[in-house]
Design a protein around this ligand. Structure first.
Ligand SMILES: [Zn+2]
Ligand SMILES: [Zn+2]
Length: 217
């Protein structure tokens, strides 16, 4: 299935957090598929689900870490899209909701912040190749809720991963007045004072100061 892209820039602090997070990544266990919706089965009858997923059941990558169980419930059904006398496209409609606790990095100091995430979704997935245009291009502003599935089936974990990541706040702070990291020595200014704040003594600053002096004269 083709996932919708999340539009967000990545700050340097976030990249640093990604690097730190990648260290124990090799130890992550392989996980079993949470649930697979197969078109032939959905053609017979809609499927309902009501699950409590343990941390690790879904790999959320480096943007969020699941804390505790993730509750999700909903239903999947096939909707036949009639495009002509002979062309019937079997779409999967997936409706549901999720709720759980997650840890994300503070946008300023990259310390982990625990936040609740919950959302409802109502999504349509077309078989990949059903649209003449390549999938990525056919997603327009009015079609943002349409995804694609491959080989007659859709994995719930793929949908949940996408929905959880889409529900992330654009910017999370550990506290409204987080002082962030020192851009020069990297110290967390919430917990330690560094001597960098005293004044610019970097040779590059001196060059700038000198330049300013020349402009004034
Ligand atoms: Zn912070
Ligand atoms: Zn510093």
């Amino acid at each position: 299935m083709t996932l919708l892209r999340r539009k967000s820039g990545r700050s340097l602090a976030h990249l640093h957090w990604l690097f730190c997070r990648s260290l124990p990544g090799a130890l992550k266990m392989l996980y079993a598929h949470t649930m697979e919706f197969k078109v032939p089965e959905l053609e017979r009858e809609p499927v309902n689900f009501d699950l409590e997923l343990k941390p690790g059941a879904i790999d959320f990558g480096d943007e969020a870490e699941q804390m505790g169980n993730l509750a999700t419930s909903g239903s999947a059904e096939v909707i036949h899209e009639h495009r002509g006398p002979k062309e019937i496209v079997p779409d999967i409609r997936l409706r549901g909701r999720f709720a759980g606790q997650f840890q994300v990095p503070c946008a300023r100091c990259i310390e982990p912040v625990e936040i609740p995430l919950a959302a409802e979704f109502d999504l349509i997935f077309r078989p990949i190749g059903a649209d003449s245009e390549p999938p990525e291009r056919s997603i327009t502003a009015s079609e943002t809720e349409i995804g694609y599935y491959q080989k007659d089936s859709l994995l719930l974990e793929d949908v949940l991963r996408e929905q959880v990541l889409l529900s992330l706040p654009v910017r999370t702070l550990c506290k409204p007045d987080c002082k962030g990291l020192c851009p020069r020595c990297g110290a967390n200014r919430n917990t330690q004072a560094c001597s960098c704040e005293v004044g610019p003594n970097d040779p590059r600053w001196e060059a700038l100061t000198g330049l300013r002096g020349r402009i004034k004269s």
